[in-house]
Design a protein around this ligand. Structure first.
Ligand code: SAH
Length: 258
């Protein structure tokens, strides 16, 4: 339950000894978040994260709004709550990681650049398929920019963790599925967007087949030069258009359920 989460954030309440170190008269410093509820404190830290994202070049207001709406600290382990809004990837259990906020925002911004939305810059994307639910954080962010979100996870433990992480948010448009995302999810197709949080050698055929005309795939894939790169594929009336962007580091895309 949310009320059982640890106080947030410890970093903003320096101890008197740290704050007054080296001073002649040791007047205890006031905690910076005095009179704030944990949720107000997290709002302030999250607002700073969003300012940082904007400074780093994330320009789409839909993405910035979604990143400020979703409480990232509710998706990470209690021991990591104080790092929830830092620009860093974090472990989410079973050897998997949640991407850093900048990468989540960048990929969703790219997804919203789908050809179908080109003439309607303020609109929501249609149905989105996410491969790799992990802790459910990105699915929650996606729910703010898309009409429906289908999110597949192959590890039962994480699928269940995401389910319990997302429950308090009551997001009726997020559908969590346990399965092998390499075969996509045909029942929800066609998708306006497909976004992968795990990287394979090439884009599975099923993703290309389940993408709507006007839709876009954003996924990490093995790059010929070694390492992973972000790939964007648009399906247009003329066919598939593919661009390879910056280097990234994602956990591997694996087949089967575990
Ligand atoms: N978007 C997630 C990040 C998850 S990390 C979040 O916000 O937390 C990537 C996830 O992809 C891992 O949980 C991993 O188990 C999962 N994954 C890897 N291959 C997969 C596949 N074929 N189908 C579904 N999930 C897969």
């Amino acid at each position: 339950m949310a009320s059982q989460r640890p106080g947030f954030p410890v970093r903003l309440t320096p101890t008197a000894s740290a704050a007054t170190r080296g001073r002649a008269s040791a007047v205890p410093a006031k905690p910076l978040v005095v009179n704030q509820t944990p949720s107000m404190a997290s709002d302030a830290v999250r607002a700073r994260m969003v300012q940082r994202l904007a400074a780093q070049g994330i320009a789409d207001a839909r993405v910035l709004r979604a990143m400020s709406a979703v409480e990232r600290h509710r998706f990470v382990d209690s021991a990591l709550v104080n790092q929830a809004y830092e620009d860093t990837s974090l472990p989410i259990g079973l050897g998997q990681t949640i991407s850093k906020p900048n990468v989540v925002a960048r990929m969703i911004e790219l997804l919203l650049g789908a050809p179908a939305l080109a003439s309607k810059p303020g609109d929501r994307l249609g149905r989105v398929l996410e491969i790799g639910t992990g802790c459910g954080y990105q699915a929650a962010v996606l729910s703010h920019v898309a009409t429906e979100v289908y999110s597949i996870e192959r590890l039962r433990g994480l699928h269940e963790r995401a389910r319990s992480n997302l429950r308090p948010f009551r997001l009726a448009t997020v559908h969590l599925l346990l399965g092998d995302g390499m075969v996509g999810y045909a029942k929800g197709a066609p998708y306006a967007g497909i976004i992968a949080a795990a990287g394979g050698d090439a884009l599975p055929e099923a993703w290309l087949a389940q993408l709507a005309v006007g839709g876009r795939i954003v996924a990490p894939t093995q790059s010929p030069a070694g390492g992973q790169a972000l790939v964007v594929v648009d399906k247009t009336a003329r066919g598939l258009e593919r661009r390879v962007l910056e280097a990234v580091h994602f956990v591997p895309l694996k087949s089967g359920i575990a």
